[in-house]
Design a protein around this ligand. Structure first.
Ligand SMILES: Nc1ncnc2c1ncn2[C@@H]1O[C@H](COP(=O)(O)OP(=O)(O)OP(=O)(O)O)[C@@H](O)[C@H]1O
Length: 580
């Protein structure tokens, strides 16, 4: 039986990089992956409402084009002195059309708000669900503030994209087609051509200016995301940073990044302002040229006053869809940049599901390591580890710092998979056991106890069905029951952010109760009692020793004093492994 832990093992395996391939290269393609998954779910959920919205958009666009057309016809008929009642009806029709257009516009705003809310709900819940399936490495690389910031930006970007489609592209396209048809048929095909040319210039200008401005936008978003990551780290270590007088360092770093965000946004805005000025010039040219073309036609009697009024109104009205399309291109680019952080997190590798998983129920709970090797990205890890942990005694893993004890735990917990060798439980390779079955059989008490700012009971149960007898039993075994019972609110007492209202020892006891509540077949203790006073530590370990008849206990410790003569010791060293 031989094992060796090693500082430098082999070279980096590509599959272990947090984002296989270059993350930056991947993101452009992969931005589509969350977008299409979310939009697909959104379409399934809101398709009826979306169809209603599209219909309302079409009617509203048609009535806003029809209104000036009706008005110009009435103006032309006015000097001909037709009966007043015909005019009254005509103007009434015009008024109704205006009313319909305005009411539908407002209705659209509320309908699109309603569907955007549902899109936000779908995007946020799907994203959260993906995050829950990420690998342990993912949570080493990303902190909560960063994840939250990416989610908020990404969800709002998706909503913007859908709103652009519903509120901009569809109405703009409908309005453009209808207006051009009226201009071409009723006024002058030449003028319709000028309008099309202007539109092409406006949209091309918008597109190219967006491309140029986008680099600043991307930089601003990236710097904002880095700042969110920094804030997350600072919040997690606020006390330590304060004790080391790091206030001005934190403040300077934050200000530097925030300045980068602001400066990039500023440059972005200047680029957009230049575009707006050029667009204004193009509008002036368009109006000047087309009006000059119309004057001789009017003199020749080819167009009427009503046609000129209609032309002016439609042209003014047309500028809006062109501008809307150009602005939509810019907003779409901004949304795309906003989506990148979310997409990056979305496509990060997830925990692998076991294919052809066996149904697993542990019996003797015998854990065998057979020639296990694992190297992290930096080449460190463990090589050729072989040992066995059985019931009847605690198996202690000991060894110098960095010798690979926690890595062994990560392997048992299936947070990482061995590069070589097998871990067997009662003869079954754990690689073939489904994660859910495995997590039901194994419990861990980590070195850094994670507590939620919820009640003590919630922290022990963590979502498992509540059984009072088991809850009290597990708390008793973890030597925390008397402390809980002495609290005015007992199990319902909340523990504060990260459990900071409890002492280190109390937090560890809660973690032990949490592990024992599930009545596991295998119990992993990662320095589980190091924060306890000597007597309590001895009491708890004695108690766990008595449980070791029914549970396989594998424990990491640095304190050899807690090991009794009945325990088994596995020592990880640079030159091998020894058993006692
Ligand atoms: N996520 C990681 N990425 C890269 N290297 C890592 C990672 N985790 C651990 N290592 C390296 O792997 C080696 C084994 O680490 P491990 O945490 O298993 O040691 P340990 O024996 O538990 O140490 P300690 O007693 O200090 O807790 C160390 O050299 C460590 O630097």
């Amino acid at each position: 039986m031989e094992s060796r832990s090693q500082g430098h093992v082999g070279s980096l395996s590509a599959s272990k990089a947090p984002f296989p391939g270059s993350a930056a290269d991947q993101v452009d393609d992969s931005t589509l992956s969350p977008v299409s998954a979310i939009l697909h779910a959104y379409w399934r959920s809101d398709r009826r409402l979306l169809l209603i919205v599209a219909t309302v958009v079409m009617i509203s666009s048609a009535s806003s084009v029809a209104a000036p057309y009706v008005f110009s016809g009435l103006i032309d008929r006015l000097p001909r002195g037709e009966g007043m009642s015909a005019f009254a009806w005509g103007f009434a029709g015009y008024a109704v059309l205006l009313g319909i257009a305005s009411a539908l516009q407002r209705t659209l705003q509320y309908l699109s708000f309603m569907t955007a809310e549902n899109l936000g709900f779908i995007a946020a819940t799907r994203f959260f669900d993906r995050i829950l399936r990420k690998t342990s490495t993912f949570f080493l690389e990303h902190n909560p503030v960063e994840i939250q910031s990416a989610a908020a930006r990404g969800c709002s970007a998706l909503t913007t994209l859908v709103q652009l489609g519903i509120m901009i592209f569809i109405p703009a396209a409908a309005q453009l087609l209808l207006t051009l048809a009226i201009l071409g048929v009723l006024v002058n095909i030449q003028i319709a051509a000028i309008v099309v040319a202007y539109g092409a210039v406006a949209i091309t200008l918008g597109w190219s200016s967006t491309r140029r401005a986008r680099v600043f936008l991307d930089r601003a978003i990236e710097a904002g995301q880095e700042n969110a990551r920094f804030v997350g780290n600072v919040m997690n270590s606020m006390d330590t940073l304060r004790h080391f007088g790091s206030h001005s360092w934190m403040s300077q770093r934050f200000t530097m990044k925030a300045r980068e965000v602001r400066d990039n946004w500023r440059t972005y805005v200047f680029q957009r302002l230049a575009y707006i000025a050029v667009l204004g010039l193009a509008i002036a040219l368009q109006f000047a040229v087309t009006l000059l073309l119309l004057i001789p036609e009017y003199r020749a009697g080819a167009v009427t006053i009503g046609d000129i009024v209609l032309f002016n109104t439609l042209l003014l009205q047309l500028n809006m869809p062109f501008e809307m399309v150009a602005r939509a291109i810019s907003d779409a680019a901004r949304s795309r940049a906003d989506l990148i952080p979310l997409a990056r997190l979305w496509v990060a590798p997830e925990e692998r599901r076991t294919s052809h998983a066996h149904d697993f129920t542990p019996s003797a709970g015998q854990l065998s390591f057979e020639g296990i090797g694992y190297a992290y990205d930096n080449g460190r890890g463990v090589t050729n580890v072989s040992f066995m942990a059985r019931r009847g005694a605690i198996t202690f893993l000991v060894g110098e710092t960095g010798s690979g004890k926690s890595t062994i735990f990560k392997l048992v917990l299936k947070s990482i998979e061995p590069d070589c060798g097998r871990i067997l439980v009662d003869g079954t390779d754990i690689a073939t056991i489904d994660h859910t079955d495995w997590y039901a059989a194994v419990a861990v008490v980590p070195q850094d106890v994670m507590l939620l700012n919820e009640s003590l009971a919630d922290n022990i149960l963590l979502g498992r069905p509540r059984d009072e007898v088991r809850l009290r039993g597990a708390s008793k075994k973890a030597a925390i029951l008397p402390i809980i019972e002495a609290l005015p609110e007992g199990f319902e007492t909340t523990v504060g952010e990260r459990g900071l209202k409890l002492s280190g020892g109390e937090r560890q006891r809660i973690a032990i109760a949490r592990a024992l509540y599930g009545e596991p077949a295998i119990l992993l203790l990662d320095e589980a009692s190091s924060a306890l006073d000597e007597r309590t530590e001895r009491d708890i370990l004695d108690h766990i020793r008595s449980l070791a008849e029914d549970v396989t206990v594998l424990a990491i410790t640095h304190r050899k004093g807690v090991i009794s003569t009945t325990d088994v010791v596995v020592e990880l060293t640079d030159c091998g492994l020894s058993l006692t």
